[in-house]
Design a protein around this ligand. Structure first.
Ligand SMILES: [Zn+2]
Length: 84
């Protein structure tokens, strides 16, 4: 019985170490800071929803556009040359 308990304790310890290694904490920049806009927006290129502070907001003349990243931004303007 004692051997079973020791085995369980050792397995739990190993699992805990393993989980810390497999799922490290995300970097601090990943989380919103104070004053960040956390409202959800949809990317104008792929339609993916993302918190405003994690994407790029572009102010065109009359419309506000939102993109996940630089790549989607450049692709959007490449596909829509008529858009300023
Ligand atoms: Zn996108």
């Amino acid at each position: 019985m004692f051997a079973v308990l020791i085995n369980v304790i050792i397995i739990l310890l190993i699992m805990k170490i393993f989980f810390k290694f497999m799922y490290p904490k995300p970097p601090r920049d990943f989380f919103p800071k104070e004053g960040d806009d956390t409202s959800l927006r949809h990317c104008d290129y792929c339609g993916h929803s993302l918190a405003t502070y994690r994407g790029i907001v572009v102010h065109d003349d009359d419309k506000e556009r939102f993109f996940c990243n630089d790549e989607h931004q450049s692709k959007f303007y490449k596909n829509n040359p008529s858009v300023p």
